[in-house]
Design a protein around this ligand. Structure first.
Ligand SMILES: [Zn+2]
Ligand SMILES: [Zn+2]
Length: 159
């Protein structure tokens, strides 16, 4: 089971660490200060990272945007930029969860909206239980950036 993560490079030290974990584009290879973004392929044993300069990242994103994906709800093909990768409440990639690809048409339809409503009520239920029971803290620390699959523009959909 492999899953993909990405994010922006925080600082030079971060860039160097990521670069030594995997590699990077030719520009970053020549000048590590150009490192702007990273992506990684993860499996249960670890991850392989790739560091991009801003230009190479944008090019890679553009190519990705044009790739066709199949909408989970209507079964039609759409370029990725016209879809969202929906992650439900409690989504956890390392346990094998994969986001649902939902097209721009289906994301406003009742079928998908009911998923969001269910997420909301589950989250509220959890929050209510947490308040009732503040002796036990079930939350765990996850390096958040490392589990983020999607660029910022989907942040209204991913909790
Ligand atoms: Zn580059
Ligand atoms: Zn659809």
């Amino acid at each position: 089971m492999n899953w993909f993560t990405n994010g922006s490079v925080r600082d030079q030290k971060h860039a160097e660490r990521l670069f030594t974990e995997g590699g990077g584009c030719e520009h970053v290879e020549k000048d590590i200060s150009l490192a702007a973004y990273w992506s990684a392929e993860n499996d249960s044993l670890g991850r392989e990272t790739y560091v991009y300069c801003k230009e190479c990242w944008e090019k890679a994103q553009q190519e990705e945007d044009e790739e066709e994906e199949c909408c989970f709800d209507c079964g039609k093909m759409f370029p990725r930029k016209d879809t969202i990768a929906y992650k439900w409440y409690g989504f956890y990639a390392p346990q094998g969860d994969e986001p649902l690809i939902i097209c721009k048409d289906c994301k406003v339809l009742p079928k998908h909206l009911s998923r969001l409503a269910r997420d909301r009520s589950e989250r509220e239920e959890d929050e209510r239980l947490e308040e009732e029971d503040d002796d036990i803290d079930l939350r765990y620390d996850v390096d958040e950036e490392d589990w983020t699959n999607e660029p910022e523009d989907n942040s209204d959909i991913n909790w």
